[in-house]
Design a protein around this ligand. Structure first.
Ligand code: AHR
Length: 496
């Protein structure tokens, strides 16, 4: 193996917290995410509560999922909530025209979603329908969910099994309103945001956090118009969506069969998230210097061609070590911009796009991406530690990106965690740092890697890629030295 050297400089001065909501997830009514993912047939031999898979719930509890976004995505703007309440046998069957033109029996609706969130122990984040719904429909959904007093809708909620108000607070006002959410201009959307928002009330006991449908990746004009026209007090967050697409939208590339060319391009494109966050934040700073409005990257991840032999509209893709490196790098970017990025949702939790979990019948497998969230959960609500990194380049075919990226935080117990990623698949990199400022005495570390970046976990070999405790070099005085294998993620814990 070839070697590289990086140096890391840490200061321990910040007061900024890394919001746990950066570690959020997304579950759209799409393909096998909800139906045959979270929500399975009564006949399936898995531990279940009602039809919710509990093995999946347990796995998500372990990584401390802070919130789950539903019902879309694009599906949100075709969804009519009243289809999904009441006795299941009486619920209408609609066509999921967004994803595959398949019948949807609405057996998974509002109560089922909130039951799922309760089991996971996470906050629900509901995206309301602006594209094909009305302000009245949105107002009614919120009253149904959150009103604790006497009304016909709250009585209906009680009759359907939940007398207490649900207190749903995270609320999306539309999704991708520039595209599948209604093909709007930013001027038209901001007017709609204000119109619908007017009827999204704070019922007693619940403050609604309204999230505006934000830009498509580098559409800076969209951000400018939203920030100009929606007052900061009226919007909890502005969303932004960016997917790592290695090829183009027509030929995205395979999830498992790719060479270093596509690997390198994937990494370069994933790192574009840093530019996006910086540029959108700079626009937001102009209108909201106090940073009241969060940037919510509520859809992100790698999007490849669907697995051969699966319905292309179901967006089912495998998940390799490359995906884990993309997740780890992206989360480092979010951590390092935690002053503005206070929410993010990976797309998506199960069986869709960059999934945490893949299922086949009663069996399931945790993907390499899942393990990144397990390793990084230490950053949730921890105090961010600014670092600067001097990294060697990873060069391929005359193009270069920094081989190493990192972020760090100190948790409530005083432990410092540094998450380091080496994107270079051909070189081991040793990172050295002077850690005098951290006042720590002992350390341990975990590493996630595999022999090749195309490696995956399968039902037959589910533990091929998982974090392993690795022997750490003893701390000597004020200097830390960590060796990162090629294409690896290492999380170091330093204890006071
Ligand atoms: O996550 C899949 C889709 O990607 C979502 O439905 C949509 O919002 C985005 O275009």
């Amino acid at each position: 193996t070839a070697f590289g050297q990086a140096t890391l400089t840490v200061t321990d001065t910040s007061t900024q917290t890394i919001s746990r909501f950066i570690y959020g997830h997304f579950a759209e009514d799409l393909g096998r995410c909800i139906y045959d993912g979270f929500w399975v047939d009564d006949s399936m031999k898995v531990p279940r509560k009602d039809r919710i898979r509990l093995d999946v719930v347990e796995a998500l509890k372990r990584i401390k999922v802070p919130d789950l976004r539903w019902p879309g995505g694009c599906f949100a703007d075709q969804y009519h909530w009243s289809d999904g309440i009441g006795p299941r046998a009486q619920r209408p069957t609609r066509v999921n025209t967004t994803w595959g033109m398949i019948p949807d029996d609405n057996s998974f609706g509002t109560h089922e979603f909130l039951e799922l969130c309760g089991l996971i122990g996470c906050e629900p984040y509901i995206a309301g329908n602006v594209g094909s719904g009305t302000p009245q429909e949105m107002e009614n959904w919120l009253e149904y969910l959150n009103y604790g007093g006497k009304s016909t809708l709250s009585a209906q909620r009680a009759a359907n099994g939940h007398p207490a108000p649900y207190k749903v607070s995270l609320w999306g006002v539309g999704n991708e309103s520039w595209g599948c959410g209604g093909s709007m201009t930013p001027e038209f959307y901001t007017d709609q945001f204000k119109r619908y928002g007017e009827f999204c009330k704070d019922y007693p006991g619940t403050h609604l956090k309204k999230i505006a449908s934000g830009p498509n990746s580098d559409d800076y004009h969209w951000t400018e118009v939203c920030m100009q026209r929606i007052p900061a007090w009226d919007m909890y967050a502005l969303s932004m969506h960016y997917y790592t697409v290695v090829g183009d939208w027509d030929h995205k590339g395979s999830a498992t069969r790719f060479g270093e060319d596509e690997y390198f391009t994937g990494m370069r494109k994933c790192m574009f998230m840093d530019t996006l966050v910086r540029k959108h934040s700079a626009i937001m700073d102009k209108y909201d210097p106090a940073k009241r409005v969060a940037l919510a990257v509520d859809e992100w991840g790698i999007w490849t061609d669907a697995e051969p032999g699966t319905n292309p509209a179901f967006l089912y893709q495998q998940n390799s070590l490359r995906d884990a490196l993309i997740a780890a790098t992206t989360l480092n970017i979010f951590n390092n911009h935690c002053d503005r990025v206070r929410m993010a949702n990976l797309a998506q939790a199960i069986n869709v796009l960059q999934a945490l979990i893949l299922t086949k019948g009663a069996r399931m497998v945790l993907t390499p991406t899942y393990y990144v969230f397990e390793l990084y959960k230490v950053h949730q609500d921890a105090r961010w530690i600014p670092i600067s990194l001097n990294s060697p380049d990873y060069t391929y075919n005359g193009q270069s990106i920094p081989a190493v990226n990192a972020s760090a935080s100190r948790d409530q117990q005083g432990r410092v965690h540094i998450s380091l990623v080496n994107l270079d698949p051909n070189k081991e990199v040793t990172v050295s740092a002077n850690i005098q400022a951290l006042h720590v005495r002992s350390m341990s570390q975990e590493v996630l890697t595999s022999a090749h970046f195309t490696d995956i976990n399968t039902l037959d070999e589910p533990n091929k890629i998982r974090p392993l405790a690795s022997t750490a070099e003893p701390l000597s005085g004020d200097s830390l030295s960590v060796t990162l294998p090629p294409a690896s993620i290492v999380v170091v814990e330093l204890r006071p």
